[in-house]
Design a protein around this ligand. Structure first.
Ligand code: C5P
Length: 398
């Protein structure tokens, strides 16, 4: 009886593998399309959730939302493992014990990206509390540059002159968008940040022309800074740090799921999730006094729950694109989401039409991303041959 069950399961596993091989292209394409839609929805919803609070409505605490989405991701990953093991609780526990507990060294490897992702996910909220959705997205495209640098440094991946050229164009495009959005910020005092109540922080470099109160507390990252210039700088800083974290963690995770000794995506996500929750709890503890005062769920609305849900779902989709596509193709999907977001904010939310400079900058960013993806690969170097990526599964192969 047990033998029959085992044979049925191994047949099922074989069929599953064959199905996967046949459908790998569609999984790859589908995951990229879903990622583009997820990124757009996430950015717009998160921006809305951070700027729609007005009057007496309290802002939710960023770290609590990040913790909830990490818990949700781990729960979903455990659910997937349970399905993968044929919905047999004992097999699921055995697999968890063997691959996560006993294989402690492999599990520990995930502590690094888990820490970086938790920081990055908190920074994402800070960035979108202080920057408009389009500026955030275009600037965040700089992660393609950091991904390329980390692939080069960590994996020995060689870039061709065309790759470097497209990266230069990428920076040009991002700069154009930045110049445009910073001058817009200077001239536009109606930025949502200014509507958010909250005292001016006691800054190291106070901005001229602002009232400074001796009793003013430090700026609260849970709210957009009331000064538009500081708000913009805070947002840009959050994006830059996220670009470094995203580039490194992406290359690191891709390497583990493609060539590591434990290539199971579900197990890798569980290993990552365990550490992510630990770090997210540490982050929540930094907001302990506010939580004690107003509760863990203060300021939560339906939109906040939507953000938590989409953030968790997005994380899982990202991991699928890393396994079946790669980090650069992931960059394509995000480029597509810039267009989607700009169109939706303009046509649906009635935001101001993008300026010519913004359109030129965004077009350069998207074109350089496409150019990078389609540029012919460099010949494989001896350094690369020794690395975890072979010429056939290079992280930049389209
Ligand atoms: O912007 P970027 O593509 O670097 O964002 C990656 C996102 O995917 C982060 O929110 C991270 O927490 C999530 N992720 C995940 N599981 C993975 C890899 C990434 O939830 N295995």
């Amino acid at each position: 009886m047990l033998g029959q069950k085992k044979t049925a399961r191994s047949n099922g596993g074989l069929q599953g593998k064959r199905w996967l091989q046949h459908h790998i292209f569609s999984i790859k394409t589908l995951s990229l399309v879903v990622l583009a839609v997820q990124t757009s929805t996430m950015v717009l919803l998160l921006r809305y959730s951070r700027t729609s609070a007005s009057g007496n409505h309290q802002q939710y605490i960023i770290t609590t939302a990040v913790l909830l989405s990490e818990i949700l991701k781990l729960t979903l990953s455990l659910g997937f493992l349970h399905i993968e093991t044929g919905k047999m609780a004992k097999v699921t526990f055995d697999r968890l014990y063997r691959d996560v507990v006993l294989n402690v060294w492999e599990t520990l490897k995930l502590a690094i990206p888990a820490f970086l992702y938790v920081v990055q996910n908190n920074l994402l909220f800070i960035a979108l509390s202080n920057l408009d959705a389009a500026t955030y997205q275009v600037t965040y495209q700089l992660k393609i540059l950091t991904t390329a640098i980390f692939s080069w440094v960590i994996l020995g991946k060689r870039l061709t002159p065309l790759h470097w050229l497209s990266l230069c164009f990428l920076m040009l495009g991002v700069s154009l968008v930045q110049v445009e959005s910073s001058s817009w910020n200077e001239n536009n005092s109606s930025l949502k940040a200014s509507e958010v109540k909250g005292p001016l922080g006691d800054l190291d470099h106070p901005v001229e022309g602002l009232d400074e109160s001796e009793d003013a507390p430090l700026p609260d990252v849970n709210e957009a800074h009331p000064n538009t210039e500081v708000s913009w700088l805070l947002g840009i800083f959050a994006v830059f740090v996220s670009c470094i974290s995203s580039g490194f963690s992406g290359v690191y995770f891709e390497r583990l799921v493609k060539k590591g000794t434990q290539p199971s995506l579900v197990i890798r996500n569980i290993q990552l999730g365990v550490f992510s929750i630990v770090f997210a709890v540490i982050a929540v503890s930094s907001d302990w006094s506010s939580i004690k005062e107003g509760g863990f769920f203060q300021g939560y609305t339906l939109t906040t729950w939507g953000v938590v849900l989409i953030q968790a779902f997005g994380g899982l989709i990202v991991s699928v694109t890393m396994k079946y596509a790669d980090n650069i193709l992931k960059g394509f999907a995000t480029s597509l989401s810039i267009v989607m977001c700009t169109l939706v904010s303009w046509l649906v939310f009635g935001d101001a039409a993008p300026s010519t400079q913004f359109i030129i900058g965004t077009t350069i960013v998207i074109s350089s991303t496409v150019l990078y993806g389609f540029a012919p690969q460099a010949t494989v170097t001896s350094q690369m041959r020794g690395s975890q990526f072979s010429s056939t599964d290079s992280p930049h192969k389209v």
